[in-house]
Design a binder for this molecule. Sequence first.
Ligand SMILES: Cc1ncc(COP(=O)(O)O)c(C=O)c1O
Length: 352
Amino acid sequence: MNTKILRPNIDEMTGYTPGFQPPDIASWIKLNTNENPYPPSPKVKDAILEELGSSGASLRTYPSASSEKLRKVAGDLYGFDPSWIIMANGSDEALNNLIRASAAEGEEVAYIHPSYSYYATLAEIQGAKIRRFGLTDQFRIADFPGRYNGKIFFVTTPNSPLGFSFPIDYLDEIASRCDGLLVIDEAYADFSGNNALELVKRHKNVVITRTLSKSYALAGMRLGFAIARPEIISALDKIRDHYNLDRLAQAACIAALQDQTYFSEKLAQVIATRDFFSSELQKAGYEVLDSGGNFVFASPSDLNGRRVYDALYERKILVRHFTDPLLKHGLRISIGTIEEMKHTLSTLKEIG
Ligand SMILES: Cc1ncc(COP(=O)(O)O)c(C=O)c1O
């Protein structure tokens, strides 16, 4: 491409590759992108239809620019004033705007490897410097300095793809060692029964990001949010697209957050299926890491993740294999329905 037209860092970067969404999606057991196997609350569909109205005329006018009612509902649910919450078009939007708000070109953005590689893509777009911290054998951050002066540090907990969570007192200490923002990406926190929300109140630099894509089964709607001090939220508010959530998404999100009975029921089902699948897979000779997410990271005894990925693929079961040297021995397998997981188990046993 003509490098005089494009910014060199954009011209040179490869860009993020999202998990594969097959066009004939219904003919697969799809366990590759940590989607929820259950539909969202039935109240979500009702709320969307009500917002749409019989003629669709509501779409004529812009939605609430600040997702006002939604922020109040989320604030009540999580125990924060709405001034501490910003809604996002998927938590990816919040992650993007956090980098844009904090790291200028050439400044440092850090994340843990392995975790969510999209942080690196966003940093590349910004032209920021990227630093990766590894993990110790006990799943603690390797070589984290006494004081870290990068502009922003992303910590995914529970970690994807490995599934472990950092203890809250450990994150508390990491927050006090960061001069810049500590972004705790809690995309999977609902499945772990634990969260770091109290750290937002305790530290000026802590931001929590959440998504409705996983635990609320709304990946197709693109809904996420960030919780932080109002100073940080105001900065993010200046950066976001001013109508970042459409009317239907706002209505869907309110309905989903308000139906906590349905939410808890489905969450419990996914967790029970995860625990069943993990223990059965271990009995079948796989090494399976403890997971606080809606997925497990599992390795076959020959440590050839690719072989098993290909064999599952041939049988229309889609899981995630990473070519990274730290991960290529295993697979990340999302938790589907109990029927899907029993079928996956027997297929894995047959593959050997
Ligand atoms: C750790 C982590 N953070 C953020 C996201 C993005 O979620 P969203 O769908 O809300 O953009 C994902 C999606 O897979 C994820 O795994």
